[in-house]
Design a binder for this molecule. Sequence first.
Ligand code: XLS
Ligand code: NI
Ligand code: NI
Length: 444
Amino acid sequence: MPDTAYRSETYFKGVERIAFEGPDSENPLAYRYYDKDRVVLGKRMEDHLRFAVCYWHSFCWDGVDVFGQGTFKRPWLAGAMNREAAAAKMAVAFEFLEKLGAPFFCFHDVDVMAQAETLKEHASHFAEAVDGLEAHMARSKVKVLWGTANLFSHPRFAAGAATNPDPDVFAFAATQVRLCLEATKRLGGANYVLWGGREGYDTLLNTDLKRELDQLGRFLALAVEHKHKIGFSGPLLIEPKPHEPTKHQYDFDTASVYGFLLRYGLEKDVKVNIEANHATLAGHSFEHEIALADSLGILGSIDINRGDPQNGWDTDQFPNDPSEMVMTLYRLIKAGGFTTGGFNFDAKVRRQSIDPIDMFHGHVGGVDALARGLLGAAALIENGKLDEFVAARYAGWDKDAGKKIFAKDATLAGIADAALKANVAPKPVSGRQEYLENLVNRFV
Ligand code: XLS
Ligand code: NI
Ligand code: NI
């Protein structure tokens, strides 16, 4: 039986609300950079970062890995996830959110509810959990950054949710998405996320690729239709990931998601939720994925974490690399900052970090890493040299030579004739990479 004797305010004994104490503080449970009301580039830090705690890693995972049992011994995870255990988990979650001073959280439907055996039971247990969330949110003022349906943990989804060979699995998943989208709207959530963990294949030998892509396009189109029908104003966000758990996932990276959206005519309604560790698994830098999403006009939100340079899976560690954080915040600010999105800590403490207090160390450090990145990025922008350099590098495109190429009546032959006539002889110009790297390092 789960131990449900504890209640809100009692699991993280001795932890007070985390306060800003400045860079010289020796207190490990204080923010050294995150000063939520401090105005940076005309906006409060809290409004720049819009950070969220994710329900799943912090409150649903007991430290299990593929070789070993849970190590954390969270009391609410000790037995069956029944209604009492789900309620106890929720009380602990909100105690944590409030003490951390988190403005947002993110959740999967199954994270917040009692375990269900049937679809009908899913609907009723989830409804009860949403009532609970609503009450906790009203009291604490913590908001939903996004909700999502878990369409990957249960064995029924082993061969995919939308892309399953069995249409009943599609219908089951569609029901979950309908309920979770409606709940996210009711809770005032800012976005709705779809991560296709099982929407891919383990072997092409048993896979009809064309059908599966059409099924996924259909699923997404139906979700868009329902979003409009119920008047959910936030965007739908696809979270790209190249593989893990499947060998190949269809929403591989930002570029492939964009191609998919264009093919199914969904590019106006759907954006991306970019995750740092997923970018690196796809062979990109995190900065690349943000810059590309911005240039395609589909940057929605960010799952902030980091991988491990020596291994190739989604380790979901808390971000802590100052230079990566400066460039992340720089790209975000250049993209105009978040509108509905935010930084969701899709991150978990290590399996040996067994004390409840370790959850605070992880999140406090992560928030501070972002805040420090924000200050560095703001200083880099105020310095102006990086932006000036890039603008100067492309300046020719704003002059005659560039404008003529983009003129409506321009042809390849016309451009070639003019080039021949002028006998154009372009001179190589230094890219100044080392100079720029040194410049950025001054703000890390
Ligand atoms: C897994 C994903 C997942 C999504 C939500 O790798 O990051 O946690 O963010 O389903
Ligand atoms: Ni994620
Ligand atoms: Ni992930």
